[in-house]
Structure formats: C-alpha cells, structure tokens
Design a binder for this molecule. Structure first.
Ligand SMILES: [Zn+2]
Ligand SMILES: [Zn+2]
Length: 109
C-alpha cells in the first residue's frame, strides 16, 4: 500500500487516485481534490504514527491568519486532527465540507 511521502513530493491520492503535484511553498499532506490525508504523523512531518488510516475531512473553519483550517477524523483510530488548507485545494470540496454535504464515496476511485 502506498503511503504519502512527506517533504513535498508528488504522490497519488490513495482515495481518489488523483496525482498531486508538489506544493512548493510548504509540505503537501493532503489531496487537493478530495482533501483526504493519511494518518502518518503525530506532530506534522514526524512520521511517528503507524496508524496509516485515512483522514477524512469533517469540518472546515476560517482562521484570519492561516486561512482555511480542515478538521480531519481518522477512519481507523478516530483521532481528530487539524490541518491548513493548501492554496490549490478545490474550493468546491472545501465548501462541501463546510456545508456538511461532503460525501467521501463520491470521490472514491
Ligand atoms: Zn484525493
Ligand atoms: Zn489513525
């Protein structure tokens, strides 16, 4: 099974299959299309977690300084985790999460 590569490499989304290009200004950690991520870190970038469940977005909030903050829940261990949205995340998907109309199965490859 593929896991997300950290340190801003491009990767293929495990959930929807989209190829995600490098982010350049920061470390890419979630898919721009379906917004899912892999539970691999305890603290950002440390890869210290061996859960490897899929993190699904459950909420999006707006932070004046950081922009959109995506709240994730791991489908395996149930942990709740916040992550900053990337500038090229699909806004339509962010809106769906915000409006609670996000359906993860819609994006499944
Ligand atoms: Zn995806
Ligand atoms: Zn987990």
């Amino acid at each position: 099974m593929r896991v997300f590569k950290k340190n801003d490499d491009e990767f293929e989304c495990r959930w929807c299959g989209k190829m995600i290009p490098k982010l350049k200004y920061s470390s890419r950690d979630h898919c721009t299309r379906c917004l899912t991520s892999i539970h691999i870190d305890i603290n950002p970038g440390d890869r210290a977690c061996n859960c490897l469940g899929t993190l699904f977005p459950i909420d999006v909030t707006i932070n004046n300084k950081k922009g959109y903050i995506i709240t994730y829940k791991c489908d395996k261990c149930g942990i709740i985790h916040n992550n900053k949205s990337a500038e090229d995340d699909h806004f339509s998907t962010l809106l769906k999460v915000m409006n609670k109309t996000y359906d993860k199965n819609y994006y499944k490859k």
